[in-house]
Design a protein around this ligand. Structure first.
Ligand code: ADP
Ligand code: MG
Length: 195
């Protein structure tokens, strides 16, 4: 996946063919990216919010291009299966992606990509603050203009699942125990409002 992302023009660490003595587990030797994990950047108060939102706009635009390519080529390997602000490293004007995981089963690339977007948004809103939910999702809606089928599918997969009463009840319990965390229903509802 690292080589595949690199070929497609996305920034990933270099892979080195190195032997590290005395390590029994399987391992991968990568270049060290100089930068700050997106999580740290979003949750640190010293950076102004407008700058953070501009950074997110760049991130979502890059993600839209990757998802467009993935859907067009039916390419499951251009989707990140452990999306999290800890797995994106920011350096000047660039995003680096780490922590690639095996692909779970999805009925389509578009569903896999939609799930990546939903999950990343959930963690981004948690890191930035739940009060920025609508502004972040507004940026997502603008960035994904032209890719509405992906957004609609993401909403359908979340809000159209059977046994909604049960999922929503579990979701409200989750929110009671952690009122500042965004859940996937917060994200899907916000997108639905914007579509
Ligand atoms: N090549 C790299 N360069 C710089 N930092 C990295 C690199 N790979 C991983 N990291 C940092 O280390 C953290 C943990 O590595 P990761 O591959 O995500 O493992 P885990 O499965 O434990 O999440 C990442 O969140 C990232 O901040
Ligand atoms: Mg990780």
């Amino acid at each position: 996946m690292i080589n595949h992302w690199k070929k497609a023009g996305f920034s990933v660490p270099e892979i080195y063919d190195r032997v590290i003595p005395d390590v029994d587990e399987p391992y991968l030797v990568l270049s060290c990216i100089e930068g700050m994990p997106l999580r740290e950047y979003l949750s640190t108060d010293t950076f102004p919010i407008d700058e953070k939102l501009q950074t997110l706009e760049r991130l979502f635009n890059e993600m839209r291009e990757r998802h467009k390519l993935a859907v067009r080529n039916d390419d499951y390997w251009l989707v990140h299966y452990d999306p999290s602000p800890t797995n994106v490293i920011c350096s000047v004007g660039q995003f680096w992606y780490v922590d690639f995981e095996a692909k779970p089963k999805y009925p389509s690339v578009m569903e896999a990509a939609g799930t990546e977007l939903l999950t990343l948004c959930k963690w981004i809103v948690r890191d930035l603050g739940i009060e920025f939910l609508d502004r972040v999702m507004g940026i997502v809606a603008t960035s994904y203009r032209g890719q509405e089928p992906l957004l609609r599918l993401l909403v359908k997969r979340t809000s159209g699942r059977p046994f909604q009463f049960f999922h929503r009840w579990r979701d409200s319990k989750r929110k009671l125990s952690n009122p500042r965390a965004a859940t996937k229903y917060d994200i899907a509802n916000a997108i639905e409002k914007l579509l």
